[in-house]
Design a protein around this ligand. Sequence first.
Ligand code: G2I
Length: 280
Amino acid sequence: ASAASTLGAAAAESGRYFGAATNSFMLNRQPHATVLNREFNSIVAENEMKWYHTEPNQNQFNFTAGDQLIAHARARGMTVRGHTLVWHAQQPQWAQNMSGTALRNAMINHINRVAGHWRGQIHSWDVVNEAFADGGSGGRRDSNLQRTGNDWIEVAFRTARAADPNAKLCYNDYNTDGINAKSTGIYNMVRDFKARGVPIDCVGLQSHLGTSLDPTYQQNIQRFADLGVDVQITELDIQQGGNQANMYGQVTRACLAVARCTGITVWGVLDPDSWRTGAN
Ligand code: G2I
């Protein structure tokens, strides 16, 4: 909570948003709720806007938890990040079993229905999450979505733009926090999208960090900004150890140093909420 106070003050003072991941069932759980409402002006669903949750059976939608999160945010003047329209992981079983044209059409329908349901209420959508491979290739990750054709990402972005024209549309990934083969692959995709008029507004750097910050972190934010997209720190959390507090400061300062770095979200409010194990 004290880390949140310090980061939140710095972000708010500069007009940036400061967000936290939460879930609808935690909105009234203490001390989570008090800290969430006091320190943050943006929220994101940790899990409840993912495909498995919003469309558990094909063409049967469940917006209850997401609606609750949005109502909570709107009542408090908070903005909402949407996470995430399409991802290779946490797909409902029926989608995991699909391929080809059927999967492509299901993806388009999913985006239309989900982004359409929350049209006008989402500040930024993670339209596509984690589509690039780890390691040195700089290429796409293999998945059922990737196997529908390399154009699946741009189709997702065009569909999202039509479904919710006012949401900022982001590509979001991890291990992309410094300049490396993976972040450069994404950089090349964004540059290509901008050149061809594929609608993209932002890049999310998840920033699930270890015990040191890549020395090119700020430079990496800057190079994406220079392409004409916003950058958002979307899932920040940092491994425990001597350098943790210092690293939260380094990340915040790097974002504040780049005009187009428009906000920071931390992945959870309090340590016990975190997906990260006690070991880290
Ligand atoms: O893995 C950390 C994050 C990496 N970037 C994308 C994020 O969406 C992702 O979040 C995590 C959630 O924090 C976890 O809470 O995504 C995980 C799934 O890949 C979430 O974990 C899952 C558990 O694996 C499931 O067993 C559980 O049913 O959460 C589900 C809902 O509680």
